[in-house]
Design a protein around this ligand. Structure first.
Ligand code: LMR
Length: 287
């Protein structure tokens, strides 16, 4: 945004001052066509936040304009191996708008960040189990990056064992774990007076790193990806799934057991994605 270029100058200075040995240059600007020229990876972190008195449709309208323009600029200027992750909210629907406005770029190159929710879930589970966070694996965030998301303990593992059995406390899962993870973004805003920054940046980097470097054998991560209809999520929606990754490709992990309880949560979150998709169609950002 033109009004943010001055701030960006400060960010560029800070990047230089970190003396990262792999940073070979920083370019800044407010022209999407110029800035996306030749991009291999686009991390779309900027979005218009919801402010006081704003309705959800206002938020979708403000971001529809940003992400339609960014999708068009990426399609026209980025490299042919482009990969995109959307961090700016509403991340899933912003990715949905961007891929619909990027003719010629395969839809599977556009993803939305749910790794932040995934990492939040790993931490909560590790604390409950009194185990190091590195022992918690196979976490899944299903659905939207919003308070309707479903963080799945039942397919997760702690030290290789089923996490729900390890915890053995369904009341904690239902009434503490799920709402804590799903509402963590709001809790951070309430505490900091600003949206998560360090954890969102870290999750974005981990999302991209794993997309290229791959998930470990037998493991998976969570990414918002374009649904192929798996798990009855309507094809074309950008929803979070368990995915394995390798060299810039992803695949949805199939045939995980989903209980009626989990199905109910996932359907609620997917219904929210359907209504967001309908809203941006009505606003004219998606044909
Ligand atoms: C987060 O999960 O921390 C953010 O997406 C919250 C927000 O609305 O900015």
């Amino acid at each position: 945004m033109p009004g943010a270029v001055k701030v960006l100058e400060g960010v560029a200075m800070e990047l230089e001052d970190c003396a990262f040995p792999t940073l070979c240059g920083v370019e800044i600007g407010d022209g999407a066509n110029h800035i996306f020229d030749g991009a291999n990876v686009a991390m779309l972190v900027g979005a218009s936040p919801r402010t006081k008195g704003m309705e959800r449709s206002d938020l979708l309208g403000a971001n529809g304009a940003i992400f339609a323009a960014q999708g068009q600029a990426l399609a026209a200027n980025a490299a042919s191996d482009l990969r995109v992750v959307v961090t700016g909210n509403p991340a899933n629907t912003n990715a949905y708008i961007a891929y619909h406005n990027a003719p010629g770029v395969p839809a599977e190159r556009f993803t939305a960040l749910t790794r932040l929710d995934h990492n939040r879930a790993l931490h909560q589970l590790a604390v409950k189990a009194k185990r190091p966070v590195g022992e918690v694996t196979n976490m899944t965030i299903w659905g939207n990056h919003s308070s309707t998301q479903y963080p799945d303990v039942f397919n997760a593992r702690i030290n290789g064992e089923n996490a729900a059995c390890w915890v053995g406390d369904d009341a904690w899962i239902n009434f503490e774990f799920i709402p804590t993870v799903a509402k963590r973004g709001a809790a951070v805003i309430a505490a900091r007076g600003a949206s998560s920054a360090a954890s969102a940046a870290d999750a974005t980097i981990k999302h991209v790193r794993d997309w290229f470097a791959g998930t470990p054998a037998g493991g998976w991560t969570s990414m918002g990806v374009v649904s192929d209809g798996s798990y009855d999520v309507p094809a074309g929606l950008v929803s979070s799934f368990p995915v394995t990754t390798s060299k810039g490709d992803w695949k949805i992990v199939q045939d995980l057991p989903i209980s009626a309880f989990a199905r109910h949560f996932i359907q609620t979150s997917v219904s929210e994605l359907v209504s967001e998709a309908e809203a941006v169609k009505e606003l004219g950002f998606v044909k």
